[in-house]
Design a protein around this ligand. Structure first.
Ligand code: F0G
Length: 484
């Protein structure tokens, strides 16, 4: 890996310190060569973006587009066969960019001026697991989990962060910043540290897991616990980036979403380019679902896949802004909520990328559902019992799948991939409380549901340090197994 490129202070000055509106900061980050920024609402195409990554005409979010990729425009698009062969070949390479499960797919990512700018921790390359016990339990033979928790900092955020942090370094920024429910901050802090950048983290005080917070601290981020929720942190960050020379690394940043597309490229490669019928993802700020949807549409456009999987988004009942937006406003305006869920990663009430997410739901024919706290806890324990595990936010996918099966949206013969977004160790507090039998949020618990959960709980057993005590415990376990 080459040494970090020195930061050019001049480039930082491109974002003026006293600017307060998008119009006031015309000189922003240039679009990568061959690409343009496109507004998702008014379609305006521009060659540079200010640091809130919003359209200077209508204020909506920007995405990165490569106009030459659409096959309908004839063009310089790479052929599907060439892409598949190149990506396969790179798996035998020892170069750091090829060892990255993100940069290996660089033909479909924005182009860096020089690959020496890449900040990589060998992200991506995550396993696709079968879930045999869950398959049997719900009667769905073709069920898989794409485990993004196996990324270097334990969540899917790394695939986006390697791209956005590399562009931040190329643009000459010294500071990067994010608002976070925990995983983005852990990932950003790690990539910033790797790339010689300083990082500023804004997290809601008392609302994120210690495990995630500890990562940010260890990677050297300036970590501010704000007395607000995630939505309050993000609001503040959006203002900050227009006032101070910091580069924002939330999923509003379209470079992040470009990196997160690679989950879908890698998944389809693992399935030998045979699309599954369904892909199911958790929905929080809705960047990830938007990124995966964008990747599916691009792959379809380029002929890498012959049909689109249905991409479905699952939210916690207590953080169900997208569900309500679709049900109560027909997807026309955002219905925000005061978010509350023990799945703290998706405790978000005002999701930034809601329009992008609705677009991919419509384009792929996916569904949007919500699941209860008790369903999340049960699904998390069931994924744990597979020897895999995940954090609570990821478990909404299995809980949601059960509902989609019941509704007939997913059929028993179909193939389904659940995207597990975070590692089990991201939230040990939740796991310990569950296995110790501590009560789940009161409103969610009925007597029968609680007794059903009992079988999934494996509380630690405190014993005297004697052989007898351990053998008695083994015998008791055997007995209760036979009775079950
Ligand atoms: N799963 C996990 C484990 C997450 O950390 C997040 C988001 C999501 C799902 C939802 O993804 O926001 O793209 O819809 N975490 C962000 C964070 C918000 O700050 O770490 P999304």
């Amino acid at each position: 890996m080459p040494p970090p490129t020195p930061i050019e202070p001049k480039a930082v000055e491109a974002i003026t310190a006293d600017a307060t509106t998008a119009e006031a900061t015309p000189a922003g980050q240039p679009a990568p060569r061959g690409f343009r920024f496109r507004c998702i609402a008014c379609g305006d195409l521009t060659d540079s973006a200010v640091q809130n990554f919003r359209c200077s005409r209508c204020g909506d979010l920007l995405e990165i587009s490569n106009p030459s990729w659409s096959h309908t425009q004839g063009s310089s698009a790479p052929t599907a066969a060439d892409l598949k062969a190149t990506w396969k070949q790179r798996r035998a390479s020892l170069s750091p960019v090829d060892l990255s499960g993100v940069w290996r797919f660089r033909e479909l990512l924005p182009t860096l001026e020089n690959l020496h700018h890449v900040i990589t921790l060998r992200e991506g390359n995550t396993p696709l697991y079968g879930l045999p016990q869950c398959s049997r339990m719900i009667g769905l033979p073709h069920l898989f989990a794409k485990h993004q928790g196996m990324n270097p900092t334990g969540s899917f955020k790394d695939t986006g962060m390697t791209v956005a942090a590399s562009f931040a370094r190329q643009a000459g920024f010294r500071w990067v910043a994010c608002a976070s429910t925990g995983n983005t901050s852990a990932s950003m802090a790690a990539y910033a540290a790797r790339g010689g950048l300083r990082s500023l983290v804004l997290v809601p005080e008392g609302k994120i897991s210690w495990s995630k917070l500890s990562q940010a601290l260890d990677y050297g981020a300036v970590t501010c616990q704000l007395r607000t929720d995630f939505d309050g942190c993000l609001r503040l960050l959006q203002e900050l980036v227009l006032r101070a020379p910091v580069y924002q690394l939330n999923s509003i940043n379209p470079f992040r979403l470009e990196g997160q597309k690679t989950l879908a490229f890698e998944l389809l490669e693992q399935l030998d380019w045979q699309p599954p019928d369904h892909i199911i993802v958790p929905g929080g700020n809705l960047g990830n679902s938007s990124a995966i949807g964008k990747a599916l549409l691009e792959m379809h456009d380029l002929g890498l896949i012959s049909r689109l999987p249905k991409l479905s988004i699952i939210q916690a009942e207590g953080a169900n802004a997208l569900v309500r937006t679709l049900r109560e406003a027909g997807g026309k305006r955002l219905v925000t909520v005061q978010a509350e869920t023990a799945a703290t990663a998706i405790r978000i009430g005002n999701p930034a990328s809601w329009k992008k997410a609705i677009r991919v739901l419509q384009a792929t024919g996916g569904a949007c559902e919500q699941v209860s706290e008790i369903d999340i806890a049960r699904a998390k324990a069931e994924i744990g019992a597979e020897g895999i595990g995940c954090e609570p936010a990821s478990a909404v996918t299995l809980a949601g799948l059960k509902q989609l099966l019941k509704q007939g949206f997913v059929k028993p013969g179909e193939s389904v991939v659940l995207v597990l977004t975070g590692h089990l160790l991201k939230d040990p507090g939740f796991t310990m409380e569950f296995h110790r039998g501590e009560p789940l949020p009161a409103a969610a618990e009925s007597d029968s549901a609680v007794s059903e959960l009992q079988a999934l709980r494996h509380p630690p057993i405190v014993l005297d340090a004697t052989l007898d005590a351990v053998i008695r415990t083994l015998e008791q376990q055997e007995k209760s197994n036979l009775e079950a």
